[in-house]
Design a protein around this ligand. Sequence first.
Ligand code: F6R
Length: 369
Amino acid sequence: EKGGFGTFMEKEIHDQPKAVEDTLLGRTDASGRLVLDELRIDPEELKGISKIIVLACGTSAYAGMVAKYAIEHWVRVPVEVELSHEFRYRDPIIDDSTLIVSLSQSGETMDTLMAVRYAKEQGARTLAICNTNGSTIPRESDAVLYTHAGPEIAVASTKAFLAQITASYLLGLYMAQLRGKLFQGEIEDILADLHKIPGKIQEVLDGGDQIRELAREMAQEPSVLFLGRHVGYPVAMEGALKLKEIAYIHAEGFAAGELKHGPIALIDQGQPVFVVVPSPHGRDSLHAKVVSNIQEVRARGARTITVAEAGDGDVVDYSETVFYVPETQPLLMPLLTTVPLQIFACALAAEKGYDVDQPRNLAKSVTVE
Ligand code: F6R
């Protein structure tokens, strides 16, 4: 049942090409238009949405942050992302033109369920992105978009995360199509690039030995920092969470731009810092700014490990180790840059002799508030 792997987590990391592929499957018609019939929500209603609030916890909330970047860019509708357990307590502004998008692998997370119920009472439309058929959150929502990652057994989420990001892209592209915000050709180009992602994830998996070797070597590190920017920011947060959860190492993810506002004081001789580097083909000068962040931490003694796009030579001089991922559209990069960080955490925890599938103090589905 572990497909020849020693742990469910390793198996599920390796299931990711299929999880993304299956989540994309059957969601376009013969002419290449997105059809999300299963949504059970009137397209007219989706056209009238004036604001989206994404609600989730933990890893699912990081998928929600990626969703925000993509949906705002493609659909031009404001998107807020909030942790479900904070949402109800701030008197949020919601009306019937607000769309609540909940992200939950299990569909049973009590914090998220309570937040969705609260939003419904306030008159919002609710849409669930969920991996578990017939679970409570999709049952209580107006609409549902299932991720097709298959059952996730390991407590630490991996393939469900990539499937949630994939489904969020589909939702964004569908709304852009409905509202005429992208040309049909642009949507088809993005979908074509999405369909190439599973093969590219496989390439990252095939290069896993380099990452596992580094993890073995770093098993005694007391603390690891992760930096990212734009969609690389939630990836950095996710890389840190994986390490805390299963390897019990102090880890923190930061927005790279925030470094100079405080966290750079943490950098000391030998401090490991992972940097998720934006595509050199992305917007503005983000890439250059992150490269200069790498230089800054390295100048203060950090051991820099970068996750960069294939062909990005600018990082080489400032990185002790570089993990390259294949090229794709800048917004789609989290589907690739997350994978080395998952492999790293999994290998490091295994090296320490921990049970990666059942980390201490954690449950797969958190059904209490
Ligand atoms: C992290 C992890 C948790 C869950 C969170 C939400 O690896 O598994 O942070 O992501 O508890 O769970 P769901 O998505 O089931 O609502």
